[in-house]
Design a protein around this ligand. Structure first.
Ligand SMILES: Cc1cc2nc3c(=O)[nH]c(=O)nc-3n(C[C@H](O)[C@H](O)[C@H](O)COP(=O)(O)OP(=O)(O)OC[C@H]3O[C@@H](n4cnc5c(N)ncnc54)[C@H](O)[C@@H]3O)c2cc1C
Length: 365
């Protein structure tokens, strides 16, 4: 903006991408927030955010159109290979589709959201993130669509709105820390003893770690350019803590592959999982990929959808195929190390290694 202004151009900024301008929200002492709950409370005390505006009825076209490129000539769609071939199973781009998605969610998904949002095996969330990331719908429109929905319990509406406000919070952090995608917010993590095993990283990106919930998430990401939030946390924790790989490599992979890739939410979330971020989950909270899977995908529906090799595994072993007796594996057509990988790390040992690494920086200032 400064550059444009110094070229003597008139510049105006309009809040539309967020519910609240990040520069305006300040703590009692006039600084930025670093913790989510007080941020939420401050916004809540202001009342409803502004209602969305309808599109203008008409726009005055320029008297002379500038010369322009033809979008088709840019060949933006992937061809060889067409890595987006399955995207249409889930996504329809554009504003009209975003509005339909919002209406369907308010009617069928809002009620029960608080519980269902943690279940990757069911359609429990709005799937609005790509539309938001691409500017096809405004958060204000989403917020106001959840007002006065008579059959949605207040706790579901509040939980959903709080998630939408996490996005604002991420932008608040990015606005005040423009290097959020590359620098640890908590500088003591600058000394964290990361390792890098290229093969392990590749197995993570391909969904071949041998931990079914991680693999299902990474394959959902590759197939649909999306991953369920609960599984994003598990897959990120696995990369950072089980493999001790720097969160920035995971952030970059997500930025490259997510259809909802967002510089603020992605960076803030990776730092949150790593423990280096604002209001972060402490490093020693290390997700166990087996019990997380069993808790949030108890029947293994999510695994069966994205890891077809395990489709016939019984519930009891679907999150821990490496503990299944040979007869069970055989009956399910699973041959570990052949058509489904053995675990690339032992979680219990990896957990101990991660805690030892964390101890090296724990007491630093
Ligand atoms: C490691 C990691 C990386 C992530 N990267 C991104 C990213 O690049 N882009 C992105 O939009 N979200 C990101 N998220 C947040 C979250 O996973 C997605 O916003 C959510 O899964 C989108 O699905 P939905 O629209 O169905 O969400 P819903 O549950 O329906 O939530 C509604 C909206 O709230 C916002 N929201 C929900 N959860 C969060 C959150 N934790 N942080 C910020 N905003 C949130 C999103 O805009 C979402 O569309 C990341 C989370 C993790 C753990």
């Amino acid at each position: 903006m400064d550059a444009l202004r110094s070229a003597d151009l008139l510049v105006k900024s309009f809040a539309g991408q967020l519910l609240h301008e990040p520069s305006r929200v300040k703590t009692g002492t006039g600084g930025p927030y670093r913790v989510y709950t007080p941020f939420w409370r401050a916004l809540e005390s202001e009342g409803e955010p502004d209602a969305p505006l309808d599109a203008p009825r008409s726009l005055v076209p320029p008297t002379k159109w500038p010369t322009s490129e033809r979008l088709d000539d840019w060949n933006l769609l992937p061809v060889k290979p067409n890595w987006a071939s399955a995207f249409s199973e889930v996504w329809i781009p554009g504003e009209a589709a975003a509005l339909r998605r919002l209406a369907a969610f308010v009617e069928n998904g809002l009620s029960g959201y608080k519980h269902n949002r943690d279940r990757p095996g069911i359609d429990g969330t709005s799937l609005l993130s790509p539309h938001l990331a691409l500017g096809e719908i405004s958060p204000a429109r989403i917020w106001h669509a959840t007002r006065g929905v008579s059959d949605a319990p207040a706790e579901d509406v509040t939980t959903f709105r709080k998630e939408v406000v996490w996005r604002d919070f991420s932008y608040h952090l990015l606005f005040h820390n423009p290097d959020l995608p590359t620098e640890n917010l908590n500088r003591k993590y600058d000394d964290f003893p990361w390792t890098f095993d290229a093969l392990a990283f590749e197995r993570w990106t391909k969904g071949m770690t041998g931990y079914p919930i991680v693999d299902a998430g990474m394959r959902q990401l590759w197939r649909h350019g999306y991953m369920h939030n609960r599984v994003r946390m598990i897959a990120a924790s696995f990369l950072i803590k089980d493999l001790l790989i720097d969160w920035r490599r995971g952030e970059a992979w997500f930025a490259d592959t997510l259809v909802d890739a967002d510089p603020a939410s992605n960076a803030a979330s990776w730092q949150w999982v790593a423990g280096s971020g604002a209001d972060a989950s402490p490093f020693f909270r290390i997700f166990n990929p087996i019990t997380q899977g069993e808790k949030f995908d108890p029947q293994g529906d999510y695994i069966r959808a994205f890891v077809p090799e395990l489709r016939h595994m019984p519930e009891k072993f679907i999150h821990r195929p490496f503990e299944a007796p040979d007869a069970v594996l055989k009956a399910a057509g699973v041959e570990l190390g052949s058509n489904y990988p053995k675990p690339i790390v032992n979680h219990a040992l990896a957990r101990g290694r991660a805690l030892a690494a964390y101890n090296q920086i724990k007491d630093a200032a």
